[in-house]
Design a protein around this ligand. Structure first.
Ligand SMILES: [Fe+2]
Length: 397
């Protein structure tokens, strides 16, 4: 008998999500964790290295409606950096910026610009996961270890993934502090309405010709499975010359689409990312929302810029026929540039921001799922035409 993957993580419970809501938000499926060589409970945190953590933290509080909940830095004994912990719904970001000129955060930022250093995952058994990963040839960056403070003990380890990105594995079942030992509670409520409730997927851009290798890495090392979504060179090369496959944890709580550039006449958006990020890295985070219209309205009012979708997208009779009935009139989507995709399970609404840092690298997606377990493959053409218009304006096409 299969059971629904796991219990809610603490973060999900505190966000007052129940399993039915989460199933709808991020497209969960049933899964039996007893057969899983690398059981994953869910996302733990997305850790960023940025040029100015003070201001980036303000940006996420004011524009994205995240709460500042914890902090570590020189005042708490972390000498080289600021580390701000933000939450919204079940999503946790950790924003790090260098204080000391010789901090490793300076090196990371010099090489990559604002970017994601760590996609940390919550696991029930750190040692089991690391033993499996090591046996499958993964690079173990940190063997299992524990840190403690008055709130309890956390068991951690870390394995390397694409580029300079890592997956820290976290068992926080014996811990009740605000984030990790060493962090203190810091209360800084969101400066605007919350715009999302959960993290749906994190996309990685990898080197030319290495997508299948990384798909295999997630299958072998982390026990992930392939999802159906696949963008091959047949539809890809006319637009933005990329190929894409998706791997997911057993219950689909953690989903990693992986892109590689494909050879084409023009420089693809993946090539542009790889050039400006200085190698492989996390390309976009998809934030799951229950009301994408309200989220977009708020984010735009707060100054967030989205990719424009051409009116022709909404006026295309073939598209209208394909998307069928959605929860709002198409005109409401058109006004905001929200894309629609439909598959045999249902539909989804999605929209993409422009890059949020100085380099044309990391950006966000907002996604509202209504049964669809896909990623918007049907929007490929419209979306990448829009991205290419932006690339052209930057002189990188
Ligand atoms: Fe996406």
């Amino acid at each position: 008998m299969t059971e629904l993957a796991t219990r809610l993580t603490d973060a999900e419970r505190l966000a007052e999500l129940d399993l039915d809501q989460l199933r709808q938000l991020v497209g969960l499926v049933d899964h039996d964790p007893s057969q899983d060589p690398f059981p994953v409970s869910g996302w733990d945190a997305v850790v960023w290295a940025v040029g100015n953590a003070v201001q980036t933290t303000h940006f996420f509080r004011s524009a994205f409606g995240m709460d500042l909940v914890a902090y570590a830095g020189p005042e708490t004994g972390l000498r080289d950096r600021h580390s701000f912990v933000l939450e919204a719904g079940a999503v946790r970001f950790v924003i790090e910026g260098a204080v000391a000129p010789d901090s490793p955060v300076v090196d990371h930022h010099a090489r990559h610009g604002d970017g994601i250093t760590d996609i940390a995952l919550e696991v029930p058994d750190v040692d089991k996961c690391v033993a499996h990963a090591e046996a499958q040839g993964a690079t173990v960056l940190a063997a299992p270890y524990e840190i403690s403070d008055e709130h309890g003990t956390v068991r951690l380890a870390a394995i390397a993934t694409y580029g300079d990105t890592r997956h820290t594995l976290v068992d926080r079942s014996r811990y009740h502090g605000p984030y990790l030992p060493g962090y203190v509670t810091r209360e800084g409520k969101a400066l605007g309405p919350r715009t999302f409730q959960a993290l749906d997927h994190v996309v990685g851009n990898v080197e030319l010709g290495r997508m299948d290798e990384w798909v295999d890495f997630y299958r072998r090392v982390m026990g992930f499975t392939n999802m159906a979504e696949f963008i091959g060179d047949d539809i890809a090369t006319d637009y933005s010359a990329l190929m894409s496959k998706v791997v997911a944890s057993g219950n689909h709580r953690v989903k990693f689409p992986l892109n590689e550039p494909a050879i084409a006449k023009k420089k693809s958006q993946i090539d542009e990312y790889l050039e400006f990020y200085g190698g492989p890295g996390a390309q976009h985070l998809a934030l799951a929302t229950t009301d994408i219209l309200a989220a977009v309205d708020h984010l735009r009012a707060a100054g967030i810029e989205f990719l424009n979708t051409p009116d022709s997208y909404y006026e295309d009779p073939e598209l209208r026929a394909r998307i069928g009935e959605v929860r709002v009139p198409v005109e409401e989507l058109q006004k905001r540039g929200i894309l629609v995709d439909r598959d045999e399970d249902g539909y989804l609404l999605q929209i993409f921001t422009k890059p949020v840092g100085d380099r044309p690298t990391v950006f966000f997606e907002l996604i509202e799922r209504h049964g669809s377990l896909g990623f918007g493959k049907g929007n490929f053409k419209a979306l990448f035409e829009a991205i290419e218009r932006e690339q052209e304006r930057r002189g990188n096409l």
